[in-house]
Design a protein around this ligand. Sequence first.
Ligand code: GDP
Ligand code: MG
Length: 201
Amino acid sequence: YSEEEKTEDYLFKIVLIGDSAVGKSNLLARYARNEFYPNSKSTIGVEFQTQKMDINGKEVKAQIWDTAGQERFRAVTSAYYRGAVGALLVYDISRRQTFDSIGRWLNELHRNLLSLCSHSCHISGVLDSLFIGTAHSDMNVVTILVGNKSDLKDAREVTTAEGKTLAEDEGLFFMETSALDSSNVTAAFQTVVKEIYDIIL
Ligand code: GDP
Ligand code: MG
C-alpha cells in the first residue's frame, strides 16, 4: 500500500478492569514495552498507553487505559470508562475470588456505558470523537475475558473450562495469558482491536 492510503487513522480506547493484583498493569507493560515487574505495586499504573498496530495494512492506535489502583477501593470512576470501545476483563487463575468478581465488573462496565448512552443519547455521537477520519455505526464494547498468570500451574484455582464457559455465557472472547512468560499477551490485545476494527468497517 502507498503512504497515501495509510493516512486514515483509527484510535480506539480500551480499558483494563478486574480486581487488584490480577496483573492488569503488567499485561500492559508486557504488551507495550515488553517489561515485567516481579513485585509491582499498584502505583506503577500509568493513565494510558498508546500502542500502534497494523491491521490489514491500516495503522490503528489502541489507547489502553490502566487504573492507578483505585479498584482496590471499588472506586473506578465513570470517567475511566467514558468513550471506551473495548475492554480486557482480567482475573487471576490462581485466585478464585478474582474470578468470582467478574460478574460485578461486567455489571459496572455495562452500567457505565449505558449511563454514557443515556447522557449522550446517541452512542454514535459519542464515538465520533474517538475515531479520526472514519464513519461508523453503533456498536457494543468489545470485551475479552482474560485469565492471567497461566504460568502459575501448581497454584491454579480456576480451570480453563470454567473461564471458557463464563465467556460463552456472557458473549465474551476468552484467553488465558501470562504477563510473566508473555504467553497470549499480544494476542489478547490484538483480538479486541481486530474485532473493533472489523465491526466499524
Ligand atoms: P494489577 O493490580 O491488576 O495492576 O496487578 P499488577 O500488574 O500490579 O500485578 C500484581 C502482582 O502480580 C505483581 O507482583 C506482578 O509481578 C504479579 N503478576 C502479574 N502478572 C503476572 C503473571 O502473569 N504471572 C505471575 N506469576 N505473576 C504476575
Ligand atoms: Mg495496576
